[in-house]
Design a protein around this ligand. Structure first.
Ligand code: BLA
Length: 510
């Protein structure tokens, strides 16, 4: 194949989504210099504050907004902490004759960016009250599943979107809808998987910094921010903007999905983008900045609660593994013969980590149980293992990829966790997991993101989101990170016992 036959997988990653130079037209944007002169304005300025954008350019801000409003904005700026911080003002009068507006303010490349949009209907309860009661409800959910479902239900209740999903990334960047609250009569997306390419890299990086995005109407042509280039030739950087217009590629994607408005809130755990709370609506919908602020605040708190729940789960595992390691030590210390009993060792370790079969190789002896391969096959596997990096735990959910002969017994033993249990290179406890023919439900054929046009094959958003089943064979249920830690703990304590016993033997002989 020639290079032009290859799909350009990086095209999406290169789109400068923060430099598109436009805002959504439900609000306006003004950039002012440090001496409070307007340096840029969105072309729809007149629709909001009555002054044409080109008349505003070069004017002091108080020629466009009232002195009082400028005063409020100046006071708020004192709270800004560098480029990634954004301050908000709710329900202010930008001019005496205008309705109330909500305003977001931040710095971008030395300019002050002021974005305004009409406030929502009055009479809503205070954000603090709303979010407080949402959080109280969250803390009452017992299971993780319930905790996640509650979150999407509550977000749907306060924003009114048709569909609210909790979308979780796996380590490869693909994602899955793990919780959903959806209006009746609409199909469910629960359990659907989406390929990593649906959300390009720079978008993920941006969503870590700016955790909230609204698209009020996908058919809004937007308002350009002018002049496009400043005196230094730079386009405006809208990374932290609340009105940023969205990439045309993504607009096409959501349109293909049958969506007209969206809101998404980043879920950030331990500094990583864990996932998103993604909201869709079939018609234009603009939650007010106040409602979005409540949703954002909830999202930030939800992230922290999720992080701490996940930590608790992990701590639980680790406690269990320590207990098993301790028990092992205690028993062996009583009866050192057990250390040379492959069956006993296999059972003890196997009790700690779910498996379908166990193989042990110890001092040249073999013990096999459950769905383990036969003795010849197991010997061949051990031979292969012992040529690898010494004394390392080896984990796979697709054994035949590491050890091709395993294809012959993939049904019985497709996954493996191999723990070296002594300093002799061949002594191993190997836990096997049987094949699990998994049916992965992708939203649309993930390969169909590649389309051919005049410029060759390129990535474009999938047009069909109909569930697309992929059968995965020769693969087991994966071993989790926590199971690796259990294995590490057990291995360390076994090595310690062996060392201890050999020292005792030496001192006995002395
Ligand atoms: C952004 N893609 C996104 C976002 C989501 C998705 C959630 C964040 C923007 C937002 O808040 O809407 C994808 N939306 C999903 C998924 C679900 C969902 C998976 O509701 C599941 C239920 N997209 C593609 C391809 C490209 C692409 C092939 O499919 C590139 C050619 C681009 N996606 C793309 C871009 C953005 C994006 C550029 C950034 C949009 C922006 O913030 O400007």
């Amino acid at each position: 194949a020639t290079p032009t036959d290859q799909p350009d997988l990086t095209a999406c990653d290169r789109e400068p989504i923060h430099l598109l130079g436009a805002v959504q037209s439900f609000g306006f944007l003004l950039a002012v210099s440090s001496d409070w002169l307007v340096s840029r304005a969105s072309e729809n300025l007149a629709d909001h504050v009555g002054t044409a954008w080109d008349i505003a350019l070069g004017q002091p801000l108080h020629a466009v907004l009232s002195q009082d409003a400028v005063h409020d904005i100046r006071n708020r700026i004192a709270y800004l902490q560098g480029e990634d911080s954004v301050e908000r003002l709710l329900r202010i009068r930008l001019k005496p004759d205008l309705p109330e507006y909500d305003v977001a303010i931040h710095f971008s490349r030395g300019s002050i960016i002021i974005e305004g949009e009409p406030s929502g209907p009055a009479g809503h309860e205070d954000i603090g009250i709303t979010v407080r009661s949402m959080l109280m409800r969250q803390s009452q959910s017992s299971s993780m599943q319930n905790f996640q479902l509650n979150a999407v239900r509550q977000i749907r209740a306060i924003t009114g979107f048709d569909r609210v999903m909790l979308y979780r990334f796996d380590q490869d960047g693909a994602g899955e809808v793990v919780a959903e609250s959806v209006a009746s009569k609409r199909e469910s997306f629960l359990g659907l998987r989406y390929p990593a390419t649906d959300i390009p890299r720079q978008a993920r990086a941006l969503y870590l910094r700016n955790v909230l995005r609204v698209i009020a109407d996908l058919q809004d042509p937007g308002a350009r921010v002018l002049p496009e280039r400043d005196l230094h030739g730079h386009p405006i950087d809208l990374s932290m903007s609340v009105l940023r217009s969205v990439s045309p590629v993504h607009i096409e994607y959501l349109t293909n999905m049958g969506v007209r408005a969206s809101l998404s809130i980043s879920v950030v755990c331990e500094g990583r983008l864990w996932g998103l709370i993604a909201c869709h609506h079939h018609a234009p919908l603009r939650p007010s900045l106040e409602q979005r602020t409540a949703a954002e605040l909830f999202g930030r708190m939800f992230s922290m609660m999720l992080e701490s729940r996940e930590r608790e789960e992990t701590a639980g595992y680790e406690q269990r593994s320590r207990a098993i390691a301790d028990r092992l030590m205690a028993v062996v210390a009583q009866d050192a013969k057990l250390l040379h009993d492959p069956e006993w060792i296999g059972e003890t370790i196997g009790a700690a980590i779910p498996n379908d079969g166990i193989g042990v190789y110890l001092d040249g002896r073999i013990a096999l149980s459950g769905m383990a391969p036969d003795e010849g096959q197991f010997r061949a596997l051990i031979r292969d293992l012992s040529t690898g990096a010494a004394s390392q735990i080896v984990i796979t959910d697709h054994l035949s990829q590491l050890h091709p002969p395993a294809a012959a017994y993939a049904e019985r033993a497709a996954g493996m966790l191999a723990i070296p249990i002594s300093r002799s290179p061949r002594d191993y406890v190997v836990l096997f997991r049987a094949e699990k023919v998994r049916s992965v439900r992708w939203a649309g054929d993930p390969q169909k993101a590649m389309e051919e046009d005049a410029h060759g094959v390129r990535l474009s958003p999938r047009k069909s989101f109909e569930a697309w089943r992929q059968l995965v064979q020769g693969v087991s249920e994966p071993f989790a990170a926590a199971e690796r830690r259990v294995a590490e703990a057990v291995r360390t304590s076994l090595l310690e016992v062996v060392l201890l016993l050999s020292e005792e033997r030496e001192s006995d002989q002395a």
